[in-house]
Design a protein around this ligand. Sequence first.
Ligand SMILES: Cc1cc2nc3c(=O)[nH]c(=O)nc-3n(C[C@H](O)[C@H](O)[C@H](O)COP(=O)(O)OP(=O)(O)OC[C@H]3O[C@@H](n4cnc5c(N)ncnc54)[C@H](O)[C@@H]3O)c2cc1C
Length: 437
Amino acid sequence: MTNSWVNWAGDQRCAPARLAAPRDPAELAGELARATTAGHRVRAVGSGHSFTDTCLTDGLLLDLSRMNRVLEVDRDTGLARVQAGMTLAALNEQLDKHGLAFPNLGDIDAQTIAGATATGTHGTGAELPNLSAQLHTVELMTADGRTVELSADSGSEAWRAARVSVGALGVVTAFTLRLVPSFVLEGVERPVPVEEVLSDLDSYVDGNEHFEFYMFAHSPIAMTKRNNRVDLPPAPRHKLVDWFADIAVSNHVSDALCRLARRRPAVIPPVQRAAAYAFSYRRQVDRSYRVFTSPRLFRFTEMEYAIPREHSAEAIREIKETAKRFDTPMPIEVRWVAGDDAFLSPAGGRATCYIAVHQYEGMAHEPFFRACEAVFDRYDGRPHWGKRHYQTAETLRPRYPDWDRFAAVRRHYDPDGRFANDYLDRVLGPVSASAPE
Ligand SMILES: Cc1cc2nc3c(=O)[nH]c(=O)nc-3n(C[C@H](O)[C@H](O)[C@H](O)COP(=O)(O)OP(=O)(O)OC[C@H]3O[C@@H](n4cnc5c(N)ncnc54)[C@H](O)[C@@H]3O)c2cc1C
């Protein structure tokens, strides 16, 4: 029987020579030793929620989903030690029991902590960096089965490389996370004209702890979402209300409209104009992680770029205009994050605006995404490592001031390129050529 693996979106697949799910670091070290003997390259996989070919290999594919426990929590310091294969969903529930939470999260909670941090996964909030900024230590296993614990104390080069590593340094086995006391959020969703938002953008972005909006190419309305901390008890919605809002409307109705649009693209403009209002009204007061995240049940693919915040309004307008030229029923999503200092963080060294474009499954994405990428290129855009893009190491190197410093750390921890695959060869370059000494 052939091993096979496919990502969440169903459009990246591979047939690894071996697919293994080690239960502990000792089993993992054994797998790595066998891979070295067999001459196999190695990739680790989380929940497979990346849209790129970042997890694919014909060698050893390591599924860390059995290394999924919380190992230690210290409520007073806010530090929690967790295994790398734990999903954010499971982690959020466990942390809440200890009165702790992530200060920020993305749209979903299906990712593993290792997968999410490896690609620089982010939420929204001008004062808040991406999720990997919550890492306090990273435990990494290299190809020879050795384990190293990296932290700010272990030397800044390795630390700044390990926080967003795209799986290029080795297999992450555990993390210590720095968390905050759990909190309640009020989430308010409202339709506001796009131009009204763009003309007063700083007030929206800086006036809320977490501000984002979605918009359709053919509608003048932005579907805004503001999440702010409140001193109120959580008021979880009735399960039926939850189901109606998160499953029926956000997923089944959207899916049905996308299917219709795929069959009859002419309906896209009127459907988008109606949907922008219909999907926009909502208020929720609940534990932070329940307000940040919601389920995504229908399949699509995505491109997302990080651009300097000062170009937000002009780039948003250009992407909206670009999207009008293509048949896509799905919205554009816009978020903001603070800069950080991880070498490969798309938000490294600059306050950042993230703009994401989507395409429904079965509809052509490449011409649309390439046209959007041409816009992002003009704004010195850096692609999300887990989302589609057409860059190479050559085009990316000038966009990352610390590119060569990451390459040097990579060469140190993975001198033989054991953790490379075609994706890394393309976007980071082969290890041997990754940086001139
Ligand atoms: C529906 C949907 C919604 C999304 N929403 C957001 C969002 O709001 N914000 C955002 O920024 N992104 C978002 N993403 C993208 C997603 O967060 C990233 O692609 C993330 O990396 C996926 O995590 P994963 O656990 O599925 O990792 P995978 O996709 O399985 O792996 C991602 C990378 O991590 C590496 N990796 C995984 N485990 C390890 C390990 N133990 N050691 C070393 N390397 C490892 C893999 O090799 C790969 O390079 C979304 C994706 C989907 C499908």
